[in-house]
Design a protein around this ligand. Structure first.
Ligand code: HEM
Length: 237
């Protein structure tokens, strides 16, 4: 069995039929979008962490862990492969893959810690579990993150797979689960902004600004993953 997949190169605007000046405008717009995604991801993690006043309650650690995991670590873990610009100066693919691994491990550890704090907080206050859309979407996000991480582990240690699965196919599964996990995380963070706690903490125009912030990095990450992994040819096995 042979899997034959071709990946379209990232960020080359090829096949768009643009003139030279339009092409450079297109390249600079893409760069600006990636820079803005870095800023909004970091900004969200910092702002949510400050708003939750970590240490004041068991609950306060939940927004800190979750926003640092998904808004910062997962965003950076994907954007470091961006052709338009990463915060990290690695040029080699191996260096990028290692850092990606580090970021994704942090995501899993922080997400597990954040969920534990939330569950403990609800147990102490004797409030029901999984009673809101945010909590249900949150469980979906954590499950997608674990599936994506499992695919990543199999890519790093191919011998773990009993049956020989083709590497391009596994890469595609890893990227697809990653995309689903990132989009679910975005919807979960947006849903958190409808919680009583968040609406009591942030009000008026600031609340609307917060609501839009997570959407921006999600669009950039979605564009990057689909550009990099959308097969130009069908998988032939
Ligand atoms: C993608 C990131 C996140 C995930 C996966 C997630 C997951 C969860 C889960 C599973 C619960 C329910 C726990 C239970 O029922 O025992 C929960 C509750 C909660 N989370 Fe998050 N969370 C995330 C981000 C956030 C953020 C950023 C905030 C604050 C801005 C937040 C605020 C809350 C609040 C207020 C609750 C309690 C009310 C409710 O159940 O909806 N979460 N979260």
């Amino acid at each position: 069995m042979r899997a034959d997949v071709e990946y379209s190169p990232v960020g080359q605007g090829q096949g768009l039929g643009l003139g030279v000046s339009d092409f450079w405008l297109y390249v600079w717009m893409r760069r600006a979008a990636v820079v803005a995604a870095h800023v909004t991801g970091l900004g969200l993690a910092v702002l949510i962490s400050l708003l939750s006043r970590p240490g004041t309650s068991l609950f306060s650690w939940h927004p800190v862990c979750m926003s640092v995991a998904y808004c910062l670590c997962m965003t950076e873990g994907v954007l470091l492969f961006s052709a338009e610009g990463s915060l990290f100066c690695f040029k080699s693919r191996q260096g990028k893959v290692r850092l990606h691994w580090f970021c994704q491990t942090l995501v899993v550890l922080l997400a597990a810690t954040g969920v534990c704090f939330m569950v403990a907080s609800k147990n102490v206050s004797e409030r029901p579990h999984l009673a809101t859309w945010h909590s249900l979407l949150g469980v979906g996000t954590v499950v997608a993150t674990l599936v994506q991480s499992a695919c990543g582990v199999c890519l790093l240690f191919p011998k773990l797979l009993l049956r020989k699965a083709s590497s391009p196919r596994l890469k595609l599964y890893h990227a697809t689960c990653g995309l689903v996990a990132y989009l679910l995380a975005t919807v979960t963070v947006v849903a958190a902004m409808f919680s009583d706690w968040f609406q009591a903490t942030v009000k008026g125009p600031a609340w609307w600004a917060f609501l839009l912030l997570p959407i921006f990095p999600a669009l950039v990450v979605m564009n990057q993953i689909t550009n990099a992994y959308l097969p130009r040819k069908k998988i032939t096995s």
